[in-house]
Design a protein around this ligand. Sequence first.
Ligand SMILES: [Fe+2]
Ligand SMILES: [Fe+2]
Length: 183
Amino acid sequence: MNAIDILVKEHDSILKMIEITQTILNSKDETNIHLNHIEKIIDFIQNFADKYHHLKEEDVLFMEMEKHGMPREGGPIGVMLHEHDEGRAYIKAAVEGIAKLKAGENSAFTQIKVNLLNYCELLSNHIYKENNILYPMAQRFLPSEILDGMTVDFKEANLSTPNNEYSDKYLVLVNELSIIYLK
Ligand SMILES: [Fe+2]
Ligand SMILES: [Fe+2]
């Protein structure tokens, strides 16, 4: 699998988790929502989507594109980075909502729901742009030896998330929640 294939495959898992999240939060019966599943989804977003996946983009792919002459500001890389930050802000607000809910503030559920649904919409559009515009651009733009070498650099970018166990844990979670929610 080349570097771009690895990123696209991770997108598939993230998109599946987005579908699960939307299914849960758009359910008519909110009393049926399991907070521990929402917390597991947030853990997935913070660690698999944001660390494991976004670090490969930010510390390797975007960096190489920049090094090879694509400006960060005013172009697609700047837009992608901005969207990563927007996503982080939604998740931060959802996490705050969970703390409030646990402290007995029932109205905080809306804060969790709105921010997670906004995140889902943002990230699915973001992934569409990466799969269809930015990654094909990278494949045309970067020399093939750089594209080949990026798989090694990905391992370094993921040093804080060093082994397969880490990604396996989150892939298992996506499967478990898919079985429950996506029929
Ligand atoms: Fe991204
Ligand atoms: Fe991505």
